[in-house]
Design a binder for this molecule. Structure first.
Ligand code: FAD
Length: 422
């Protein structure tokens, strides 16, 4: 039987394996360098807080078609939660103004016609005018089209760009953003409905996939780091790990589902995105001395405008803060950040003054690559100059941004290519 060796146990590697195991002619082996599966979408037991933490809050939306297909295939759809209706609550931190964006749409984004569905004090005309972003040119950034001093920039385009591209609007590709708008806003049913993992990322996205792969005869290995590939003509012949060497047989295939910085060492001929952006998460474990926190309309998350925080998520007695495009915080120490953020939380929820509760800061310095006009055109295709090597990952050219949906789509694309090989 032909073997497909998948390097990398993040979502792109796992989704590739989950879809390939249906091909009974292939044997699947996955090798993960670290001690756990999940990559940038993982959970772990945090001893200091005595609870399971996710490396970062992950929001997914109804428009993530392949993500829902994957969750269905691994039988984990009921591991998601959402609000009862589709709304995004926002709070502007300065004057504590509050509003909900209700982007419910069916076929056409008719929500923009209704004042109660749009961000506070944004008129229909302003909204329509800002949709000129749809005609963005290849090299334009978001702020080349939407001016920073416009209210609609601060209340809609800035949070939307950072949430989707993990890149500041003054760097982010307007063309990529416009492609996403066109893809998700029209001819879909409720595309922006938000979801998150009910218990943990691991229980939703990772463990059920591992179970499915194992049940179908796949083999998964942790602590297996690919070091080098040896080639013969236009084929990979040998894969060399920290602990073993594998000789590839004639029709074996190799899927590299790793990040661009690793690929540039293994396949140096490939052009890859080089710049990356951090996402910083702080998880505070609330205690009985702190006034109970009530989320607006019992939402599982809130967007924050005008502060350091971008999003707040609440899961039981843990309040988790997300700050995206956070390279600017790389040189600020943890103590200072947790203090500033806790102050913002006290203000938002009117908690009065408290001692900062136990918390954990997780800085994912390479959360995604910077999705600027310059970097996005370095995204490679899934095929390489070697006929038995294929690429998966959220940074491969799928037409999607670096997200869960991008990663899973890339894994599925590789499966389609391998299944068509003669
Ligand atoms: C904090 C944070 C928040 C995020 N929030 C969201 C969100 O809200 N919504 C959303 O859609 N997306 C979000 N994302 C993005 C999403 O997590 C990623 O797009 C996705 O997980 C990438 O999966 P991947 O398989 O492409 O890469 P990775 O998850 O990076 O997987 C690559 C794997 O390869 C392994 N590896 C590396 N080198 C080797 C080697 N030599 N040998 C063997 N294995 C190797 C790594 O250990 C890793 O497990 C977020 C990311 C972060 C970090």
């Amino acid at each position: 039987m032909e073997t497909v060796h998948i390097i990398g146990g993040g979502l792109s590697g796992l989704s590739c394996a989950v879809s390939l195991i249906k091909n009974k002619k292939k044997k699947i082996n996955i090798y993960e360098a670290s001690g756990i599966f999940g990559g940038r979408c993982r959970s772990y037991k945090e001893k200091k807080l005595n609870c399971i933490l996710d490396n970062g809050n992950h929001l997914i939306i109804n428009a993530y078609k392949n993500t829902f297909k994957y969750l269905n295939e691994i039988n984990a759809l009921d591991e998601l939660i959402s609000n009862k209706t589709t709304f995004y609550p926002f709070i502007e931190i300065n004057k504590l103004k509050k509003w909900n964006v209700r982007p419910y749409s069916f076929i056409f984004p008719w929500w923009i016609f209704f004042k109660s569905c749009r961000p506070l004090n944004i008129s229909f005309l302003e909204f329509i005018k800002s949709l000129k972003i749809i005609f963005a040119k290849k090299n334009q950034k978001v702020t080349d089209i939407i001016k920073k001093n416009e209210l609609i920039y601060n209340r809609f385009w800035k949070p939307f760009t950072i949430a989707v591209l993990n890149t500041n609007p003054n760097e982010a590709s307007a063309r990529l953003l416009s492609k996403i708008i066109l893809k998700i806003l029209f001819f879909q049913n409720n595309p922006l409905k938000p979801f998150m993992a009910k218990n943990s990322l691991d229980k939703t996205f990772i463990k059920p996939a591992i179970k499915r792969i194992k049940e179908s005869g796949g083999v998964l290995k942790t602590n297996s780091r690919l070091k080098k590939i040896e080639f013969q003509k236009n084929q990979a012949k040998k894969i060399i790990f920290n602990d073993k060497i594998i000789n590839l047989k004639k029709n074996d295939a190799l899927v590299l589902a790793v990040t661009p910085n690793i690929i540039s060492k293994i396949l140096p001929y490939l052009k890859t995105p080089k710049k990356s952006n951090c996402i910083l998460n702080i998880h505070y474990k609330l205690n009985s001395k702190i006034k109970p926190i009530k989320m607006p309309n019992n939402s599982f998350f809130i967007g924050i405008i005008g502060g350091m925080i971008d999003w707040i998520f609440k899961k039981g007695n843990v309040i988790s803060i997300t700050i995206s495009a956070a390279n600017k915080l790389n040189n600020i120490d943890d103590k200072k950040i947790s203090k500033i953020i806790w102050k913002e939380i006290e203000k938002i929820f009117d908690l009065g003054k408290n001692e900062i509760p136990n918390h954990k800061i997780i800085r994912e310095k390479m959360a995604t690559f910077v999705q600027s006009p310059r970097e996005i055109y370095k995204k490679p295709e899934a095929t390489t100059k070697y006929k038995n090597i294929f690429l998966a990952g959220d940074w491969i050219d799928t037409g999607l941004p670096a997200t869960i949906e991008g990663a899973i789509t890339s894994g599925y694309n590789v499966t389609n290519i391998i299944n068509k090989l003669k």
